[in-house]
Design a protein around this ligand. Sequence first.
Ligand code: SAM
Length: 169
Amino acid sequence: MNNISIDLAQKKILDATCGSRTIWFNKNHPAAVYCDIRSENQMIWKSHDGTEERICLVEPDIVCDFTALPFENNSFSLVVFDPPHLVRAKETSWLVKKYGKLGENWPQMIHDGFKECMRVLKPDGVLIFKWSEHDIPAADVWRAIGEKPLFGHHSGKASGTFWGCFMKF
Ligand SMILES: C[S@@+](CC[C@H](N)C(=O)[O-])C[C@H]1O[C@@H](n2cnc3c(N)ncnc32)[C@H](O)[C@@H]1O
C-alpha cells in the first residue's frame, strides 16, 4: 500500500524490488524505502494433504515500476535491485507468484530498470544487483545493461544466484 507520509529525507537505501523482503534481516529497516510493482497477500502453495501452505506477502511502502522510479536524481546511498529472473516458468507456479516473471522484452526492461536505479543513486553510491541464473545466465544480463559488476559472488543451491556490486562514479 502506498504510504504518502514516508519521510524520504531519512531514507538512504532503496529496495527497488522488495517482494516479500526475504533478503532482509530487518524487514522494516528505518533507513530503507521498500518498493515493488504490486501489493498483495496471497496463498501461493498448499501441500496435497492441505496441512502446509506458503503465503506471499508483498507490502511495499511505495507501489511503483522500476523503469520509472518516483524519486529525484541522486537520492540514495545504496540501491538494491533484485528483479524477476524467470522467463520459462508457468504463471501458475509458486515461484512466479513469489518472484514474478519476465517477458520477451526482458533485456530492455532490465536495462531500463538498471539505468533508473543508477539515476536515483548518489554519486559514489553502491548498487547491489541480485540475479538468479535459473533461466538466463548473468553474462546475458551484463550484456543487456551494458556493463559488468565491479565484483560479485555466486551463492545459493548449485551456486545459481549471483550478487554483483556496482558503483556510481
Ligand atoms: C525476485 S523478486 C524480489 C525478491 C525480494 N528481493 C525478496 O527479498 O523477497 C522480484 C520482485 O520484483 C517485482 N517486480 C517485477 N516487475 C517490476 C517492476 N517493473 N517494477 C518494480 N518491481 C517489479 C516483483 O513483483 C517481485 O516482487
